[in-house]
Ligand binder design. Structure first.
Ligand SMILES: C[S@@+](CC[C@H](N)C(=O)[O-])C[C@H]1O[C@@H](n2cnc3c(N)ncnc32)[C@H](O)[C@@H]1O
Length: 213
């Protein structure tokens, strides 16, 4: 399990996608002589190219979101589709309907021969990932790439992925979002506190981050 702390701006997007490309190539190579079906899961897939829209439905966390670099470069789903040796199947999860429609267009245009290997699933990553982890993983292995803008990954989801013992997870952890949700006053608005508890899996974060006087 890899947990990467996210920095903002600059060449971060390039660095993250180069690291992903390199990892997926090594992973697919390592498993290429086994009989496992190789699956790539992108749980926050975006639109496929990097002019992804900013989210609009979570006003509370707007100021916590990163700004993607300008440009039209391939995002993580298309990087995965280009991996050699290839993955057998791809599951792309995205909450935003317009983004997933655009992603489908991009895959059709850039990887027409792979379109039948891709399952596009619109909805919340937590619910969809938790459902996936309940399937039979005996003959399958996967990489799950979790690249949220803000604190959108619940601890329950991480636990259910770990339980499969068949899925390598990458979580790009939005550390700055956590910092911004911990005011110096120690008075954390209840909605933020609930989100922090969902993220860390318990309310102990308040003891950990705030010194008792
Ligand atoms: C940082 S972007 C992903 C960028 C993508 N990895 C790439 O390389 O192009 C995060 C995406 O997650 C989506 N998103 C946010 N919350 C979500 C959720 N709960 N479930 C699924 N997708 C979500 C947003 O709509 C956005 O497209």
């Amino acid at each position: 399990m890899a947990i990467v702390t996210k920095n903002f701006g600059g060449g971060w997007s390039d660095d993250k996608l180069n690291a992903l490309r390199s990892y997926l190539t090594s992973y697919a190579n390592a498993l290429s002589r086994s009989s496992f079906e190789r699956i790539y899961i992108d749980a926050f897939a975006g639109a496929g190219i990097r002019d992804v829209p900013q989210e609009t439905d979570e006003q509370l966390f707007d100021e916590l979101q990163s700004k993607e670099d300008e440009g039209y470069r391939h995002g993580s789903p298309l990087i995965a589709l280009g991996t050699d040796p290839p993955f057998h199947r791809f599951i792309f999860i995205e909450r935003d309907a317009a983004s997933i429609a655009k992603l489908k267009e991009q895959v059709t245009k850039s990887f027409p021969s792979k379109i039948d290997d891709v399952s596009f699933r619109q909805g919340d990553a937590n619910g969809l990932l938790q459902a996936l982890t309940q399937e039979n993983w005996k003959a399958r292995r996967a990489v799950a790439f979790l690249d949220p803008f803000a604190l959108h990954v619940k601890w329950d989801t991480i636990e259910s992925i770990a339980k499969t013992q068949a899925i390598d997870m990458w979580l790009l952890f939005p550390a700055m979002a956590v910092n911004r949700m911990l005011p110096r006053s120690g008075i954390v608005p209840p909605k933020w506190a609930a989100r922090l508890t969902e993220t860390f899996g318990s309310s102990e974060w308040s003891e950990y981050f705030y010194e008792k006087q």
